[in-house]
Design a protein around this ligand. Structure first.
Ligand SMILES: Cc1cc2nc3c(=O)[nH]c(=O)nc-3n(C[C@H](O)[C@H](O)[C@H](O)COP(=O)(O)O)c2cc1C
Length: 349
């Protein structure tokens, strides 16, 4: 992924707060049509191209990328209370081939060649800030664009799984009241070690949260769960069966976790970080195939959103062929904001 244009982008040398405050102004660009009929969890939409939770820190980032060929915009994961971002580096480029999940100690590098370790820790503005921002963003976003909001529950020191579920549900309800067209619950974050970052590995707990969220948002709002890397059929089947009464879609894969080495020492105090970008595509496409097969076998109506390593039209095709209904792009869009325009041009050739 090289820098091909002058569109402003996230500055990885500045911290989260700086980037939050320095969203670019939406440019005036021509967006090629994407042929075909597309939907996002039942909502009609102009293309299969969206952005997942992460790069869109607030409404101004959403409005920027909405002009650049993305039809589904996911508001970065928010919480019921403010949370600071981890210190720099938040985005550390790494050297690696396609990941399987068994890798340890990926070497850090200065140059972004498609994959990086993401270290944010799911920061959030205060609810009154993000709720107002979502409301204003929905008003300003063209009506044919879909605004999805990602939420996460915050685990408390003495909290029970029920408390965590209530916290997820509260955030989801607030998101819908503010005008979100769809809600996503993040069940995977390799960068936090509490259970709110690992729920996708516990079907039972995930189902408690999903049921509570569904009750809070009502039957009509599309509800997606975002999950991490799953390779085995039995846990995947258990997850689908436990969650299917409550959800409309599953987004995968959040990232593939690994530790990162710089010289002789491990970064991030030796803790794992989610590797995002190009190196996760093979694993995520394989996971999409697995979930697609299990969902079809059970005759369920659950949409799949393919995420991980997409940067061109062929990658979009790989996900759609694997059974994804929609595709989302984070890293490549941060490095090259023109990526969706380029994919549209390639698709029309
Ligand atoms: C800067 C950045 C921040 C992210 N923050 C979140 C987040 O808050 N919630 C979430 O569910 N995923 C988050 N992710 C993961 C992305 O949604 C996505 O799953 C991942 O980056 C893989 O897609 P990609 O290969 O296109 O980057 C983040 C990713 C990046 C690059």
């Amino acid at each position: 992924m090289s820098r091909m244009n002058d569109f402003p982008r996230y500055n990885i040398n500045e911290d989260y707060r700086w980037n939050y405050e320095h969203a670019p102004e939406p440019p005036d660009v021509e967006v090629p049509d994407f042929p075909g009929e597309w939907s996002f969890c039942g909502l009609p939409v102009g293309s299969p191209l969206g952005m997942p939770a992460g790069p869109l820190l607030n409404g101004r980032w959403i409005l920027y990328y909405a002009t650049l060929g993305f039809d589904v915009l996911t508001y970065k994961t928010v919480r019921s209370q403010p949370r600071e971002c981890y210190p720099l580096p938040n985005l550390q480029p790494v050297i690696c081939d396609q990941l399987t999940g068994d890798e340890r100690e990926l070497p850090a590098t200065d140059e972004m060649n498609g994959s990086w370790a993401v270290s944010f820790g799911m920061p959030s503005a205060a609810p009154e800030v993000w709720r107002r921002d979502i409301e204003q963003t929905r008003d300003r976003l063209p009506k044919e664009k879909i605004l999805s909001v990602s939420v996460v529950g915050t685990e408390q020191p003495d909290g029970t799984p029920d408390d965590l579920a209530d916290d997820y549900a509260q955030c989801a309800k607030w998101a819908v009241e503010s005008g979100a067209d769809a809600v996503e619950t993040n069940f995977s974050c390799p960068n936090v070690c509490t259970s709110d970052g690992q729920l996708y590995q516990s079907s039972q707990q995930a189902a408690i949260v999903a049921e509570r969220v569904r009750d809070a948002i009502g039957e009509e709002v599309p509800y997606i769960v975002k999950i991490g890397h799953v390779t085995e059929e039995i846990p995947a089947a258990m997850f689908i069966e436990s969650l299917c009464p409550f959800i409309n879609g599953i987004a995968m894969t959040n990232s593939v976790a690994a530790t990162v080495k710089q010289g002789d020492s491990l970064l991030f105090d030796g803790a794992q970080r989610g590797i995002c970008g190009d190196a996760t595509r093979t694993a995520s496409v394989k996971q999409t195939e697995l979930f697609s097969r299990l969902i079809a076998h059970r005759g369920l109506n659950i949409a799949l959103i393919g995420v991980g390593g997409v940067s061109n039209a062929d990658h979009v095709r790989q996900y759609l062929n694997a059974g994804a209904d929609h595709v989302q792009i984070a890293s490549a869009a941060m490095v090259d904001p023109e990526v969706a325009l380029q994919i549209r041009r390639e698709w029309n050739l």
